[in-house]
Design a protein around this ligand. Sequence first.
Ligand SMILES: [Zn+2]
Length: 443
Amino acid sequence: MCTTFLSYEIVKFLKKQKVELVDYPSLIRFNPNIPWKTRGNGAVRLIVKTNNPQKIKNKIMEFVASYSDIKNGANPGLVFYQNESLPTSFHKFSKLALWKLISRKKAKQFVSENKIDSFYLGNGQGLVGAIGAIGYKFSDHTFELLCYRKKSQFGKKRIVSKDSVKKMQSVTFPETFSNYDNENDRVLITPHGPDPVFYGIRGETVKSVVLASTIVSANEKLDGYMVFKSNQGTADHLKNKLEVDDLKPYVSGFLLGEVCSKPTIGQGGHVFFSIQVKGRKIRCGVYKPTKITKIAQCLIPGDRIRVAGGIRKASKNYSRILNVELLEITQLEKNISLVNPTCKKCNKKMKSKGNRQGFECNKCGKKLFSKLNLQIPRKIQAKLYLPVISAHRHLTRPSQRIKKRNKSTLFEPSFPWFNVFKADGKFLNNNTLDNHSIILEYD
Ligand SMILES: [Zn+2]
């Protein structure tokens, strides 16, 4: 159904069992360019301390079994690792899952080689994310508060006050991000599918997302929320420098190269061009919704660029291509055009006298034999160009995060990072922050 909701239900259970959570739940997004991923290719990690691991494991397996929509193609995977420290093989596996395609066969092999306690349903593809989540090491992180609906509301239209979301963004930005699209006047926090999430608020700290949630008003009684530590907004999948031999379908990463063909505009307004990387030509596609198309159109052969994105598999009509998610121009080529010379005296364009006959000024008769090199000013700059916010993916690093890195966040179990609303179903903006005077920080 939804991995994060399942985790929310599991944490509800763990709290009732008085199982100690050691860190915030982590929501890790893996390679978004995998075709058979779940929508956001996300996996959740929970770290707990318990005296009765077997009982907890059994119960969690029951949760996974009862919440998984196997009939509709869900392939959940669950992995337990019981130890103080983690073998490096987990980290390696996790790193690869961020940008590569990892087969379920590899995941099953990993499980048996490392004698790991695991459980899966369907084809076992979910094991890739589960192993990856355990092995994931944060080098930067953000938080997302996910607020869930009551079961009776699942599938119904979400009604949220637009003004409250706008206000939330204006009060908390840049401590929260990607929540409201000012340009298109669109709320970005509510998903559109039938999943249990009512909204998700992204931000830099637990406090900022919890505060933000108190500003948003929903038109229904919500069940509760949980804050996840996440690699969303960190461009994690694009960190990896791709080599020309890596360019297999569905891999993600970045390439450094030189533009070697004039951009062309295809159907739908998408822009295509080629770059040269170590003697190989690689086609790149920039899609209309990113709005970087206007920039890509102005590229000329010789421009040095860094492009990041995912490799799309070749189809009947298209060759293998890099779908561009980020375009950085590192060096602009001079745009030189050969033009008919101008007569300096009369300030008039000279006329060609025919093939290889040179040029002549109609007014004073002055003659010149060759065309002139004219440098045409470039319309684009040597800088980083990002897609517009409406085309962002979970992992896209938004512009205000470009230089930001969150190193470590201390787990504060007493702070309301997890909240199940009372049965009297108060609206979210009246929830339980009474003991935490966090609002003052934003005054
Ligand atoms: Zn002249």
